[in-house]
Design a protein around this ligand. Structure first.
Ligand SMILES: C[S@@+](CC[C@H](N)C(=O)[O-])C[C@H]1O[C@@H](n2cnc3c(N)ncnc32)[C@H](O)[C@@H]1O
Length: 313
C-alpha cells in the first residue's frame, strides 16, 4: 500500500517490516563464524515478531535464491554488509561517548538493541524514538527476556514527522550538552524535505562536539521501481508481504553529506566497500551486484564550531 502522511505500522507491516528484516540480518551476522558483531537480542526479537519468513531466515531454512541467487558469495555479502553497517554505527556512538557525549539519540530505533548491549560510560542516557507499536513491542519483549539496559534508556513513542524535538526535551534531553545522534536505515523512508528538516532539527538541538552517524543510498534518487519490485516478488511468493518501492520516497533529494556540510557539520563518507576492506572482509564485486539503492555510503559528521547556521524548521 502506498505511503501517506500519517501512516503507522507495527513490526510486521509496512515500514516496520524493514526493521525486522535488518534485525534478522544482525542475527545472521552475529551467528557467522568470526563474527564482527554480537547482537544477542536480534534473534529473540525477530522470533518474537513471528513473521515466518524472517524466522526461517535466521534458522537457515530459507532458500536464499529468494534474494536473487543462492550462491554462498551472495549470502556472505549480505551478512558481511549488515555486520559492517552495525559496526559502523556502534563505533560512531562509542567514539562519541569516549569523547565526552553522555546523550545518545537513536532516531528510528526499530529493533536496535544498542541501549542493552553496548558498554556505555556511566551516566549515559540513550533516547530511542520510533513509532509507538515498534517502541512498545521492543520494550516489552526485551523486558520479558530479562534484558537490562546498559545505560539510562528513555523510549519515546512518536512519529518522526511529528514534533519529536519537543518530545525529546520533555523526556529530559539537554540541548546544551553534546549528543551522539544515530539515524540508521531511516532516510529513504522520509520524503526529501523531511530528510532536510530532520537534520535542521538535529542541528538546532546539537551542542558543539555533537556527532551524527547516518547513511546515503544513492540509488534512491533514480530508483528503478520496476526492477526493485521484481526483486521483491520472490519474497512475496514466500509469504513476505513487502513492496519496497511503495515504502520509500524515490526521486530527487539532497545527498545527506552535502546538506550536512551546508549547515555547518564536518562530514566524512565511507562507501560500503571501503568499510568492508577496513574490517578485512571481501568486497562482493560481481558475486553480489548492488541492489536498486546502489552502494551505500556511511556518513559520520561532527559539529565542531559554535552556533550552527541552520534554524529549526
Ligand atoms: C530499516 S528500519 C531501521 C531500524 C533500525 N535503525 C535498525 O537499523 O535496525 C526503519 C525504521 O525506521 C522507522 N521509521 C521510518 N519512518 C518513521 C517515522 N516517520 N516515524 C518513526 N519511525 C520511523 C521504522 O519504524 C523502522 O523501525
Amino acid at each position: 500500500m502506498a505511503r501517506s502522511s500519517n501512516d503507522s505500522w507495527d513490526l510486521a507491516s509496512s515500514v516496520g517490516t524493514t526493521a525486522t528484516m535488518v534485525a534478522a540480518g544482525r542475527a545472521m551476522a552475529s551467528a557467522a563464524s568470526g563474527a564482527l558483531i554480537d547482537d544477542p537480542f536480534a534473534a529473540p526479537l525477530v522470533r518474537a515478531v513471528g513473521v515466518e519468513f524472517f524466522t526461517m531466515m535466521i534458522d537457515g531454512e530459507l532458500d536464499l535464491s529468494v534474494f536473487g541467487d543462492a550462491s554462498p558469495e551472495r549470502a556472505e555479502a549480505m551478512v558481511n554488509g549488515m555486520a559492517v553497517r552495525t559496526r559502523f554505527f556502534d563505533d560512531c556512538a562509542l567514539a562519541s561517548t569516549a569523547a565526552g557525549a553522555r546523550q545518545v539519540v537513536i532516531l528510528a530505533s526499530g529493533l536496535d538493541s544498542r541501549a542493552y548491549r553496548l558498554p556505555w560510560p556511566d551516566g549515559t542516557r540513550v533516547f530511542e524514538l520510533d513509532q509507538p507499536e515498534v517502541i512498545s513491542f521492543k520494550t516489552s519483549t526485551l523486558a520479558g527476556l530479562g534484558a537490562q539496559p546498559t545505560a539510562t534508556r528513555r523510549a519515546i513513542p512518536i512519529d518522526l514527522r511529528d514534533d519529536w524535538p519537543a518530545a525529546l526535551r520533555d523526556n529530559g534531553f539537554d540541548p546544551s550538552a553534546r549528543t551522539a545522534w544515530l539515524a540508521e536505515g531511516l532516510l529513504i523512508y522520509l520524503p526529501p524535505e523531511a530528510q532536510d528538516q530532520l537534520f535542521d532539527r538535529i542541528t538546532a538541538l546539537s551542542a558543539p562536539g555533537s556527532t551524527i552517524a547516518t547513511e546515503w543510498a544513492p540509488g534512491i534518487v533514480d530508483l528503478d521501481a520496476e526492477k526493485a519490485r521484481a526483486m521483491s516478488a520472490p519474497l512475496r511468493d514466500h509469504g513476505l508481504d513487502i513492496d519496497m518501492p511503495s515504502l520509500v520516497y524515490a526521486g530527487q533529494r539532497t545527498p545527506v553529506m552535502d546538506y550536512l556540510r551546508s549547515i555547518g557539520w564536518q562530514v566524512s563518507g565511507t562507501p560500503r566497500d571501503e568499510l568492508l576492506a577496513r574490517f578485512a572482509l571481501p568486497t562482493p564485486g560481481d558475486a553480489a551486484p548492488d541492489g536498486p539503492l546502489g552502494e551505500i555510503v556511511y556518513v559520520s559528521a561532527e559539529l565542531s564550531t559554535g552556533t550552527p547556521p541552520a534554524t529549526a524548521r
